[in-house]
Design a protein around this ligand. Structure first.
Ligand code: UGA
Length: 443
């Protein structure tokens, strides 16, 4: 089928590449000329395992094109995806200017029936606003062309995005148009081979589904972090509690890992946006407010531990930091817990020596100007001249380090483990102090 996709960020690029991989002819439009040129050369602007080969292969065989030209791309497609960014506005609500800009452009150039699909995470009611924007532009040029607007939210996880896209656990299609459903069913048929994963619903329910999914996952994490904070104070080990509750299939083992807080471009933004949506219709979402507040405090935890360890004075201290990305297998540092930690350490007069397997370029971009941060080439180099070690991202490479070597390199040997990677006893046996999240060893 002929597909056009606006926006070559995470969602747009992965979706476009996967649709091309299934044999569709996909045109990806982005306003960023430099980005389009890089993509044309086969350079992927993000670190996402498995993405590069499918982009290159499908670009080489002509199934995946990149352009800055909206008009011909709109003429090309039966299905037009909107996957542009929706950055949080100053008040925390999603900024829809890019989504509505694309909708206007579609209205200006559409010349026959097409399905317009919202892939970006957008507040409930956005499909109606997109429909209105397209209709206004069509009316302005006296064009009488039919179209449908569908909400088809994306559930991919950074780091597993290609896999999630090729093998989705559900495909939510929100529309009341049978014509649109038929076209999308056809598009997604190759992703649905063994059993039908399509869930068809009205457009507002589809829009809310996306927020409900992310808010539920964020709630699980904040809930577990709250249990960790209680565990710490009553002398229990949250890791044992986690195993104890996860075996109940109603609770499950997934997404109950306590840690230094959730980050990324989705959970913080979506929880806030859903809270706003609720407030706008006269409902105070108390649970969501609490989820966010717990997460906010959780991101300060490692700093508080480190500060207490040094009796409130961090001047002249050097902290080694392993992990900068908001989670493993990505170079994304949006809302990363590492940033809150580093910024707090710097404000308190400490220096940071940091290492991350993939987020070095991004760190350089964000903090390259600072002289109180050294970006290191490997994990052990970060320990040189450092007082203590803090871990914020659970990269596999950090899972079984040489504790004796760490002990020998640190001046005030202690590990602050923001992802509970280690067994406290194993670290303590090597002569290091150990502070994890909710492990009964509070400071
Ligand atoms: C999230 C959702 O998981 C996807 O389903 C969704 O499609 C996506 O947002 C989106 O809206 O686009 P992502 O932001 O890539 O995906 O990251 P996650 O893997 O969900 O991790 C989010 C954060 O939660 C990370 O900082 C991670 O360290 C933290 N986390 C996760 C925990 O602290 N504990 C856990 O048990 C799990």
């Amino acid at each position: 089928m002929k597909v056009t996709l606006f926006g070559t960020g995470y969602v747009g690029l992965v979706t476009g590449a996967c649709l091309a991989e299934m044999g569709n002819h996909v045109v990806c439009v982005d306003i960023d000329q430099a980005k389009v040129e890089r993509l044309e050369r086969g350079e992927i602007p993000i670190f996402e395992p498995g993405l590069e080969p499918i982009v290159r292969r499908n670009h080489a065989n002509g199934q995946l094109e990149f352009t800055t030209e909206a008009a011909p791309a709109i003429g090309h497609a039966q299905i037009i995806f909107i996957a542009v960014g929706t950055p949080p506005d100053e008040d925390g609500s999603a900024d829809l200017q890019y989504v509505l800009g694309v909708a206007r452009s579609i209205g200006q150039h559409l010349d026959r029936y097409a399905v317009i699909v919202n892939k970006s995470t957008v507040p409930v009611g956005t499909a109606d606003r997109v429909r209105k924007a397209v209709a206004e532009e069509l009316a302005a040029r006296g064009a009488n062309i039919e179209f449908d607007v569908v909400s088809n939210p994306e559930f991919l996880k950074e780091g597993d995005a290609v896999e999630d896209c090729l093998r989705p656990d559900r495909i939510v299609i929100g529309t009341s148009s049978e014509r649109a459903v038929d076209l999308l069913r056809k598009l997604y048929a190759p992703f649905n081979r063994n059993h039908d994963r399509t869930v068809v619903m009205d457009v507002r329910s589809a829009e809310l589904t996306k927020y409900a999914a992310n808010a539920m996952l964020a709630t699980k994490i904040s809930f577990m972090n709250e249990i960790a904070n209680i565990a710490e104070r009553v002398g229990a080990d949250v890791e044992l509690v986690r195993q104890g509750i996860g075996s109940d299939p109603r609770i499950g083992y997934h997404f109950i890992y306590p840690g230094a807080g959730y980050g990324g471009s989705c959970f913080p933004k979506d929880v806030q946006a859903l809270e706003r949506t609720a407030r706008a219709v006269g409902y105070e979402a108390r649970l969501l407010g609490a989820v966010e507040a717990v997460n906010h405090d959780q991101k300060a935890k490692l700093f508080e531990f480190i500060q207490r360890y040094f009796h409130g004075d961090l001047h002249g201290r050097t902290i080694a930091l392993w992990g900068l990305a908001f989670k493993p297998n990505t170079d994304d540092m949006r809302e990363a817990s590492s940033r809150r930690l580093m910024e707090a350490l710097w404000s308190a007069g400490a220096k940071v020596r940091a290492f991350d397997p993939e987020a070095r370029e991004e760190t350089q971009r964000l903090y390259g100007h600072r002289d109180d941060m050294v970006l290191c080439d490997n994990a052990y180099q970060a320990l040189e001249g450092a007082d203590v070690l803090a871990i914020v991202t659970e990269w596999k490479a950090f899972r079984s380090p040489d504790f004796a070597r760490i002990r020998a390199m640190l001046k005030a040997p202690a590990i602050f483990d923001g992802r509970n990677l280690y067994e406290p006893e194993a670290v303590e046996e090597a002569g290091l102090a150990y502070y994890g999240i909710g492990r009964g060893r509070s400071l």
